[in-house]
Each structure stands twice: as structure tokens, then as C-alpha cells.
Design a protein. Structure first.
Length: 256
């Protein structure tokens, strides 16, 4: 869906300076580490809303977005090696950049899942599903093949570079065979957040991603800084809306 939104925006905004794609949706799905975090919205909500999938940053880095369908909020994130290191799968110790391309080498793996998988503090979700995707083009590489053949990883492969989906519960980390149900985490009332709080956290995650990209790709620093200012403005507007809501509630109930 995320890649489909990217293509759709390119078709609808032909005057934007958007890179010309050279692939189809089925060539991109399941190619990089990915996860979905699911949160509850108001029980009686009737809404269909997509956030973070129609701005300049998404056009150049379509790696995260949020979908709201009635009483459920879905936050989707995907990028190369997003989860690999923390989930015990192969990840590179060396990276280099030439122009706008990143090259990785010297792979290693811990063969042990360590929480949290994401190195960013999202709100605790009601459901969360994680999946590491191996580099299919490197399965026979000298420094990659021995890692992939390790029992920890081999037992979790389900075809090509894909591995079993994974969830986290109070009982620990659990990898699921195909068709196995995903358990729901119980959330205390204080764990429920207003919808705008999830917007803000998503855009804060994108801001951190931009900061990392600015250091990684110095030749694009000026352009990435521009995207950062755009994203920061979105955060400020969302935070401003939360203040406005709180003020309206306070005015309606000054003693509360």
C-alpha cells in the first residue's frame, strides 16, 4: 500500500520534481525490513485517513506512513536493516556512500533477538508485527551465506529473503509460522492516546531519519535540510492543534 501511494502521488502530481520509478509494486513489496504498529482509535470513529504519504519527504523517502481506518490506527515503517541487528539477523558493520548510493559490507549477526527492535520510542501498540528481509541478491556472498545458513536464521526463513513474522509479548519474542494468529496486547486506559499524538510521533521519527540521512549523504545535505524544515513545520502544526484542543476543553470546563 505504501508503494502504491507513492506511485499514485507521482501520477497525480506530474509537475513535481519526482524521480522516475523503474520498478513495479510487486518488485518492491517484501524487499526490506518492515513492521506495522497498530493502535486503537476512538471506538465509534468513522474515518479513513492517510498521513505522511503526500508530501515532498514521502516522494523522496517513501519509508513510513500512517493509515487510520475507523477505530484502528496503522503505522507502517520499512527500510533496509531497520530491524536486522536487534532481531539477530545479518547486518553490515561497514557502510560507504558514493553520490546518492550506499554500499554495505562486513556482515555479522548476533543470532539473538533483543528488545526493543526499533531504535525509536513509539507509543506501545496494541498489536505489533515485525519482519526482517534478507538480502536475496547476497545469499551466496562469501560473508553473508554462512550467517544465513546458521540454525537461528535458517529455521526462520520462509522463502527467498523473507523470514517469519515476529511479535513481542510479556512472555518474550515469538516468531510465527504461516497462518498463526497474532496476539493482542492489553492496554491500560492511560496508554490510549489521541489521534494527533500518533501523527506527531510519526513525524518525529521521520525527522530523525532525515537527520541520519543528512550525515550519511553530504552531497544532498542542502536538499535534506529543506525536507527537514518542511517536516518540522508539520510537527509544529500538529502540536499546535493539540494545544488548541486542550484550550477548548479547558474553556468549556474551567473547573475540570
Amino acid at each position: 500500500m505504501r508503494i502504491g501511494l507513492w506511485f499514485g502521488n507521482m501520477m497525480l502530481n506530474k509537475d513535481w520534481p519526482i524521480p522516475e520509478p523503474n520498478f513495479y509494486i510487486d518488485q518492491r513489496v517484501g524487499q526490506k525490513d518492515r513492521c506495522v504498529l497498530v493502535y486503537p482509535n476512538e471506538p465509534d470513529a468513522q474515518v479513513l485517513n492517510i498521513t505522511g504519504a503526500s508530501d515532498p519527504m514521502f516522494m523522496y523517502l517513501p519509508s513510513s506512513f500512517m493509515l487510520v481506518v475507523n477505530s484502528l490506527v496503522f503505522v507502517n515503517i520499512s527500510s533496509e536493516f531497520l530491524l536486522s541487528a536487534r532481531m539477530g539477523f545479518p547486518y553490515p558493520r561497514k557502510t560507504s556512500v558514493k553520490g546518492t548510493r550506499r554500499y554495505v559490507s562486513d556482515f555479522t549477526a548476533t543470532f539473538n533477538a533483543r528488545q526493543p527492535f526499533l531504535r525509536f520510542e513509539f507509543y506501545p501498540p496494541r498489536w505489533a508485527v515485525y519482519q526482517t528481509v534478507l538480502l536475496e541478491g547476497s545469499l551466496d556472498a562469501e560473508d553473508y551465506k554462512p550467517l544465513v545458513e546458521h540454525e537461528y536464521i535458517a529455521s526462520k526463513r520462509i522463502g527467498g529473503g523473507r523470514t517469519q513474522i515476529c511479535t513481542v509479548s510479556p512472555d518474550g519474542v515469538k516468531f510465527h509460522a504461516g497462518g498463526a494468529p497474532v496476539e493482542k496486547a492489553e492496554m491500560a486506559d492511560r496508554g490510549l492516546k489521541p489521534l494527533v499524538a500518533y501523527y506527531i510521533r510519526l513525524f518525529e521519527y521521520r525527522q530523525r531519519t532525515l537527520a541520519q540521512s543528512r550525515e550519511e549523504f553530504p552531497e544532498m545535505r542542502k536538499f535534506i535540510s529543506y525536507l527537514g524544515r518542511f517536516n518540522a513545520e508539520a510537527i509544529a502544526q500538529a502540536k499546535g492543534s493539540t494545544v488548541s484542543v486542550r484550550r477548548r476543553v479547558r474553556d468549556l470546563n474551567p473547573e475540570g
